[in-house]
Design a protein around this ligand. Sequence first.
Ligand code: PLP
Length: 379
Amino acid sequence: MFFLDNASTTQCFTESAEIIKQALINDYFNPSAKYRYAMEEQKKLNECRRIILSSVGAINFDCIFTGSATESNNLVINSLVTKHYVSLISGGEHSSIYEPVQKELEDNRKIEFLKLDEFGAVDLKDFEDKMTKDVGFISVMYVSNETGAINDIKQIVEIARSVNPKVLIHVDAVQGYCKLPINLEEWGIDYLTISSHKVNGPKGVGALIVRKKCKLSPQILGGGQENGVRSGTENLPSVLGFANSVKIHMSTIDEDYKKVLEFKTNFYNRLLSLSKDSGVEMELNGKMCGFSPYILSVSFVGIKAEVLLHSLEEKDILVGTGSACNSHHSGNRVLEGMHKSKQEVEGNIRFSFSSESVNYDAQCLAQTIIENAKKIKRK
Ligand code: PLP
């Protein structure tokens, strides 16, 4: 099988799956209990927090474990979009930001959406225009799950803080975490969202990294776990698996980046030359240069992406049509924000890679994809 949909999820590392299995059997004590075994579990949880905080260069931060990045994003939006100030939200955000923001709009909150440039990153000119002293909260993603566009977080923070030094800033880093460098002390942001299953950890775990003393309004009330911010008995086995996968990634992050970039470049160049030769119109959504090597978004103009997806599935090649989390909605808010035509939106395929994908034959894959696109076009 050729799995080219790693932005939607990834395979759990075998070593992490083994750690989870052992923990399910042996580490079953409730970390909140008062006996020695339970305290050992609490220590293990805290060690996982330490690993995750250090992976993003966070010194003055806490790590709150949640059930998913979706939960982390909801927690941030529900806590920080308030009636006291204006909130700026990037137009490229994932639905786990966009949907809770829609709810806040129903409550008449003052929210403005930031425009995207033609490549899918935040339009910095629009940001400068909208960044006033009244803005108290900003949410911007690091890497676009749709196109692989990278937002320059350091620059966004600099612009924002030069206007309002107290503005709170959240970054959804799900698609950049363990792939591209993140240093929270350098960035100077306040909240960061990450997800385990996007980095070869188990599903059902996410985290919100929060600058110490920054506020959050708990959405799940109960036993007061996770500093009172997220009640519910901690999922220690999965957290152990998550932290282990992070450790593995961080030890190879630079070499993986180079390998994946080389693979993406070869794959795209081959797709491009074959599409030209065979009369299949293919458009790149975004740019090759300065984008995440882990995501390649193209549009096969005049072809319905879903038809191509299923024809590739028959050849055991699994791809995405835009974001999996968007697959219940028609259209594509992000590509539309980039002023892509209806045909480009309909023909959008997202290829997303992992360090495993580099073992595939890029030339062969590209050939099969273009052959299938050509057949569909002829029908
Ligand atoms: N944020 C981004 C940018 C994503 O790409 C995704 C999933 O695709 C999420 C958040 C949600 O992640 P989770 O599946 O952990 O809820």
